[in-house]
Write a protein that binds this ligand. Sequence first.
Ligand code: CAA
Length: 271
Amino acid sequence: MGIGIAQVSAQNAKTNVLVLDADERQLEKGLKFIASNLEKAVVKGKLSATERDETLGRIKTTTDIADFAQTDFVIEAVSENPSLKRELFLNLDKITKPSAILSSNTSSISITKIAAATTRAEKVIGMHFMNPVPVMQLVEIIPGLATSQETLKVTLDLAKKMGKITTESADVPGFIANRVLMPYINEAVYVLQEGIATKEDIDTTMKLGTNVPMGPLTLADFIGLDTCLAIMKVLHSQLGDTKYRPSPLLVKYVDAGWLGKKSGRGFYEYP
Ligand code: CAA
């Protein structure tokens, strides 16, 4: 998702972007992906060659977090691991200038808790993008307990410049999107687990029956079954209601390393 966010920042908001990853190869892969997305847009006549080159020219990469010293706005998109996120924010707080806003693309972790790892909770906010970022219109904006009105305003303006439509959610587990989406996906896995229907029929029923682009099991594979499980665990543990209990079949697939599209196998196989 980080690469998608970098693309819309450089392409639509026309800002200079610095992308950080611990792995140089991931950065190279990400840049190639953006270049190929932009090339497709040029071929389709949606983007000029000059705009493509200017967009690519705005994107730089690094493996050193110290390079964020002069950054005005950070969007973190590491995996859904609370201690990893808190550690990163602790470091960002030390490295970035005091005026910098630190945002998180978390899909379910408390912004207030992430903010507490910093000395600038008023400048920490949630910016929850949807995958694939260049295509999906929405960004959920989540102010934490201490987020200032100024931080909210700057973040809303940036999301708008990226070409996104925003909604605002209170800082609660799953926010709006995953509070609704993940129990829906989890229930689809229960329907499969209970032998009520085949995976194809579950997906076709929901795709054609509710006019969505993907059925819930295909969508789960697309999002990543580990991500779906992590979010269900947050909903279950923090809201305490058994209705959020992760499906044992979902747990089993993740245990098997069947993580969906990214691992080549989830509910479906991806050769
Ligand atoms: N990056 C950039 N562009 C992409 C892309 C990607 N990863 N994947 C697809 N696209 C673009 C294609 O280039 C194409 O562009 P044009 O219209 O300019 O030709 C367009 O999207 C449509 O793509 P395709 O024709 O290849 O395929 P499609 O029509 O089947 O659409 C899809 C693919 C956009 C992924 C569509 O199936 C879809 O919208 N699926 C549902 C996605 C969804 O629900 N996302 C939210 C998940 S929840 C989440 O992200 C939050 C969370 O916390 C878990």
